[in-house]
Ligand binder design. Structure first.
Ligand code: TPP
Ligand code: SF4
Ligand code: MG
Length: 350
């Protein structure tokens, strides 16, 4: 049975700062099609979490339904997991995060799962600035149900069967910016050099972090005429900057010309270094991000990298001033402050 992963590990495998090897961050063997972009994204998640020395039990991975939503089974086997219903991952993530803010929330979704059935949930998670990393594995189609166009398929994109999509595609990055998202990025499954530091930065961000990852479906949407195929994406990609992630305790040693570089300090003390910035670009300027995105669209480019970040972002817990303790540790007297307090509240309305 080739789908069973051998448990044997070389005793000299390198370990990270918390004593885990990279294989401790893997999952079961993938059953996705060979060459599917989603598997490369899983690999980047494994690498990012290993390199960040995250203890696997501190992560909660959540997903909806789709080939993309199956991937949490293929990474972080030792973490908490919840595979929810189609498009409902954000509400499960919201509930879990509200109940216990101490975990790291990693949501995985597809373009169908997010941009159609889950759209209502997705926009409210952004609006509330829920502290989570939300990865969309975007292949422009419903891979699991045999490749129908999704809402992110570009107008004019040609399907494998030759039909032309007549509808405008929804740009999740543009929409997230408009909704006030505090960390917005786009990447490509085939570009680990960019994707791994983006995942690390997103996990260090305090609030909602979206990474829209173009992730070709080799079985149903990799044909000539598709704007989500490997060839098309590689030919049209335009990176905003080179990106590096510097962990909290590490000193920044490389210095670049000011004007072409920006260092953004994140909530946990780590920082993102951006080099060779696109002209006139500042990732902390929402308006500049929105107009650069529009410009790219008009020029037929696919803009990748960290599009926008708000380093002073306040997450949902800070906004609503919720209790820092996990709900299951609250006592009856915390949850029900008694008749005296109730009388005081009622008096305020008299
Ligand atoms: C309520 C509900 N409606 C429809 C479906 C059928 N369905 C399963 S996956 C899917 C879309 C998957 O597309 P996407 O989220 O882009 O994931 P991909 O397979 O492309 O990674 C649909 C429509 C379902 N499972 N549940
Ligand atoms: S059908 Fe497409 S999205 Fe699904 S596993 Fe195969 S290549 Fe990936
Ligand atoms: Mg899809």
């Amino acid at each position: 049975m080739t789908y069973i992963k051998p448990k044997f590990r070389h005793p000299d495998l390198p370990k990270n700062a918390v004593g885990f090897t990279k294989t401790d961050y893997e999952g079961v063997i993938s059953t996705l099609c060979a060459g599917c972009g989603h598997d490369s994204i899983s690999g980047s998640i494994v690498q990012a979490c290993y390199e960040m020395s995250i203890e696997p039990h501190r992560v909660a991975k959540l997903s909806g339904i789709g080939c993309s939503s199956k991937t949490p089974n293929y990474f972080l086997n030792n973490s908490h997991g919840f595979n929810s219903v189609h498009g409902r991952m954000p509400s499960v993530a919201t509930g879990a995060n509200m109940a216990n803010r101490d975990l790291i929330y990693l949501g995985v979704s597809g373009d169908g799962d997010t941009a159609s059935i889950g759209m209502g949930q997705f926009v409210h998670a952004i609006r509330r600035n829920l502290n989570m990393l939300y990865i969309v594995m975007n292949n422009g189609c419903y891979g699991l149900t045999k490749g129908q166009d999704s809402a992110t398929a570009d107008a004019g994109s040609v399907s494998k069967s030759g039909s032309v999509n007549p509808f405008e595609g929804i740009d999740l990055v543009g929409m997230a910016l408009e909704l006030g998202a505090t960390f917005v990025a786009r990447s490509f499954s085939g570009d680990k050099t960019q994707l791994v530091p983006l995942i690390k930065a997103a996990l260090s961000h305090n609030g909602f972090a979206l990474i829209d990852v173009l992730s070709p479906c080799v079985t149903f949407n990799n044909n000539v005429g598709s704007t989500k195929s490997y060839d098309y994406v590689r030919d049209h990609i335009e990176a905003l900057a080179e990106i590096g992630y510097v962990p909290e305790k590490e000193e920044i040693t490389v210095s670049y010309d000011s004007g072409s570089s920006v260092d953004v300090e994140l909530h946990d003390g780590s920082s993102v270094q951006l080099h060779k910035l696109a002209e006139g670009w500042d990732p902390r300027d929402r308006q500049a991000a929105m107009s650069r995105l529009q410009q790219a669209k008009a020029e037929g480019e696919i803009l990748t990298g960290l599009v926008y970040v708000d380093p002073d972002s306040k997450d949902l817990h800070e906004i609503i001033k919720s209790d820092k303790r996990p709900l299951n540790s609250l006592k009856e007297e915390d949850l029900c402050p008694g008749a005296g307090v109730l009388a005081m509240i009622n008096d305020e309305f008299r």
